[in-house]
Design a binder for this molecule. Structure first.
Ligand SMILES: Nc1ncnc2c1ncn2[C@@H]1O[C@H](COP(=O)(O)OP(=O)(O)OP(=O)(O)O)[C@@H](O)[C@H]1O
Ligand SMILES: [Mg+2]
Length: 246
């Protein structure tokens, strides 16, 4: 479904992504793990063209794009098939939960308001937020705001959803409710790429785990490969720091 080939990205003259390649099949749940600063966020952002790239090719549904030379129209074509869930929810603060969810449907997808409201309510129901559809973000907890953000992503019916540390801004007691929603999406076989430090969650949900360090993929494999039988010393060391959690 997606193939990323030889992605390179530098900030100033420093390469923060150096030759990243991997494939995503439909229904894959790929988790990206690695130390702070290793390039996880930049990788997701480059894949969704929220950051520019210096080199690399992205194949999406049989169409191959030169990531360093891509135009607005091509980016829009890709974005029609993707959605992004951010660490800090990125909701419009002056819009209610429902208005946040339907905004993209009305503006980007040109769907009639009545129809958008129907879809929006359905998605809020899915994440357990229908009762609070008229609440503004300031009236919602972090976990609730993130669930609204997930409903917003789902409303666009994307082929793939990118999650960048969807629970790392949350108080510990609110993490579970967001992870539960994502687990539900996994059961529905939605294709997802998830950057997360929640190792137990990563281990239980992923079809593939990618361990990155210093802008490289050090190792990738099934959760069993990575968590039970890592080949690389660096993967072992990194996971050792999470041993108590696992
Ligand atoms: N806009 C920017 N300008 C310059 N350097 C940047 C910029 N954004 C990120 N970087 C650098 O790129 C590297 C990778 O950053 P990135 O945010 O992708 O890491 P990360 O793996 O997501 O880290 P974390 O786990 O802390 O979120 C870091 O060294 C960071 O300082
Ligand atoms: Mg990050």
């Amino acid at each position: 479904m997606i193939e990323l080939k030889n992605l390179k990205k530098k900030f100033n003259s420093n390469y923060v992504l150096n030759d990243i390649s991997f494939k995503v099949e439909k229904g894959d749940i790929i988790s990206i793990i690695g130390p702070s600063g290793c390039g996880k966020t930049t990788l997701l952002r480059c894949m969704n063209f929220l950051n520019t790239s210096d080199e690399g090719y992205l194949t999406f549904d049989d169409e191959t794009y030169d990531m360093a030379n891509i135009n607005k129209k091509e980016i829009n074509n890709i974005r029609k098939k993707t959605a992004f869930v951010f660490q800090n929810y990125n909701l419009f603060l002056n819009k209610t939960a429902l208005e946040n969810v339907i905004e993209g449907l009305i503006i980007a997808r040109k769907i009639a308001k009545n129809e958008a409201i129907k879809i929006g309510e359905e998605m809020l129901e899915k994440v357990g937020m229908l009762e609070r559809k008229d609440h503004y973000p300031s009236q919602l907890s972090g976990g609730q705001q993130q669930r609204v953000a997930i409903a917003r992503a789902l409303a666009l019916n994307p082929e793939i959803i990118y999650f960048d540390e969807p629970t790392s801004a949350l108080d510990p007691e609110l993490i579970g409710e967001v992870l539960e929603v994502i687990k539900q999406l996994a059961l529905e076989k939605r294709t997802m790429i998830i950057v997360s430090h929640e190792m137990r969650f990563v281990r239980s949900i992923s079809t593939k785990v990618i361990f990155m360090e210093g802008g490289h993929i050090v190792e990738e494999g099934t959760p069993k490969d990575i968590f039970e039988n890592p080949k690389e010393e660096r993967t072992k060391e990194f996971l050792d720091s999470y041993r108590r959690e696992l």
